[in-house]
Write a protein that binds this ligand. Structure first.
Ligand SMILES: Cc1cc2nc3c(=O)[nH]c(=O)nc-3n(C[C@H](O)[C@H](O)[C@H](O)COP(=O)(O)OP(=O)(O)OC[C@H]3O[C@@H](n4cnc5c(N)ncnc54)[C@H](O)[C@@H]3O)c2cc1C
Length: 399
């Protein structure tokens, strides 16, 4: 028997933080939406240990999550706002201190576990009458059906196929995006030959609700504040060194990590397992195709040193939402999609290039590079306009 085809206005492929947010943001302004996701998110509970993947959510993303109606819930679940950020150069006496006191905001951002974000978003999606979920289900292919409609093929966990039509297909399916490859869009990939070692630690000293980041010549080390004296660690290292860090005993790892952080928070004690993620940049050559648009990591992936990857993905979404609204809800038109590409591609690729340049600059071991960096840090710390410009970009809102 021929499979029935279901018709939608928008099909979103990918149920990560960006895809789920897209369903929430678009539900009030478009008709029927399908959300297709391959792997359901792990469940979060208040009794669970901290999940290893956390995100520094900036104020622009916080605003979006407030509009979606889940920010209060996230605050009740588990998260830690940070009021200050201290960035320093390892083995040198130079640092830049950013503070919410320099702005009219109470914090610079909030550290939230990815599982908390996924659960709060997923529960919100469940309340949306015009969103149908296909999960676990994976998009296999799509093709053009007519000038204003595409046909999308899915396969569920039992191997059953489903066919959907849509006026707009959103690819929010991560860095290895199937939507991107099926649309014939290539991506420039930059292997950083580094891996991010992530874990949770307990620090000897209070973290003072501050995000700490040390630029070492092996790569940046971030200590992100969680409740009490817990911190989430993101330590970017050359791949072989990252592997060594995973193989060390807890005692040896504690010693190496505490030393790399220059004991800013005293000794650090591991409080979780350690895992690592390969670090690579990626930039899609086009962000749009015919009736197709890429959001989040499907369009761009950047170095985690500034904690901005997800925030940029949510900025993509806000841009798309505004364009759809301004075009009187014209979905998938060439005009709207080209405006989206113009607005987001240059912005995201400039950020990627800037972060790659910073990462390279800080990993140069020559003494004169170290002196140059120290000068840069001291000058930036003294120069309020430079600090304000950095903060404006990182927070994503007027100061
Ligand atoms: C170590 C590390 C630390 C980071 N820290 C920060 C931070 O502090 N702040 C920040 O802003 N960013 C941070 N980032 C970046 C951030 O994690 C990513 O940018 C973000 O998670 C991307 O979200 P996404 O929804 O676009 O993609 P993903 O999270 O990759 O979600 C993609 C979804 O698509 C689904 N999918 C894939 N293929 C298919 C298919 N064919 N059919 C159906 N579904 C499919 C998957 O199941 C998944 O649910 C960090 C990254 C790393 C590696």
């Amino acid at each position: 028997m021929a499979q029935a085809i279901e018709d939608f206005d928008v099909v979103i492929v990918g149920g990560g933080i960006v895809g789920l947010s897209a369903a929430c943001v678009l539900a009030p302004i478009v008709g029927r939406i399908a959300l297709v996701n391959k792997i359901p998110a792990p469940e979060w509970s208040a009794e669970s240990d901290y999940s290893l993947r956390v995100s520094a959510i900036n104020l622009a993303s916080q605003k979006l999550l407030t509009e979606i109606g889940i920010w209060d819930e996230i605050q009740q679940m588990r998260c830690t706002p940070y009021h200050d950020m201290v960035v320093w150069q390892g083995l040198a006496d130079a640092e830049v201190h950013f503070s919410a006191n320099m702005t009219r905001h109470h914090s610079l951002g909030t550290i939230v576990e990815n599982t908390v974000l996924l659960q709060a978003l997923s529960q919100r999606v469940q309340t949306l009458a015009n969103v149908s979920r296909y999960e676990p289900s994976s998009m296999q292919n799509f093709s053009e059906l007519s000038d204003n409609s595409i046909l999308i093929e899915l396969e569920d966990q039992q191997g059953q196929s489903h066919r959907l039509t849509s006026r707009l297909l959103i690819g929010a399916d991560g860095v290895h995006s199937k939507v991107r490859s099926c649309a014939g869009i290539s991506a420039a990939r930059q292997d950083y030959q580094q891996a991010g070692v992530v874990c949770t630690v307990i620090a000897e000293k209070a973290h003072q609700d501050t995000a700490w980041q040390c630029f070492t010549e092996q790569g940046p080390l971030a200590l992100l504040p969680l409740a009490g004296k817990h911190c989430s660690i993101v330590w970017s290292l050359p791949t072989a060194q990252a592997e060594q860090m995973l193989a060390l005993s807890d005692e040896e790892f504690n010693a190496r990590l505490s030393m790399a952080s220059e004991y800013r928070l005293g000794g650090l004690q591991i409080a979780s397992k350690r895992v690592s993620f390969p670090l690579a940049g990626s930039q899609a050559n086009e962000y749009v195709g015919r009736r197709v648009v890429l959001l989040g990591d499907a369009a761009h992936a950047i170095h985690p040193l500034a904690g901005l990857g997800l925030n940029l993905g949510l900025e993509d979404l806000v841009c798309l939402q505004q364009l759809i609204q301004a075009s009187d809800r014209e979905l998938g038109s060439e005009r709207v999609l080209q405006c989206y590409q113009r607005a987001r591609k240059t912005e995201n690729s400039s950020m990627q290039q800037a972060l790659e340049a910073i990462d390279k600059l800080f990993r140069q071991p020559q003494p004169w590079f170290r002196s140059l960096r120290s000068l840069g840090f001291s000058a930036s710390n003294r120069c309020k306009p430079i600090k304000m410009a950095f903060m404006r970009r990182a927070l994503g809102v007027p100061l």
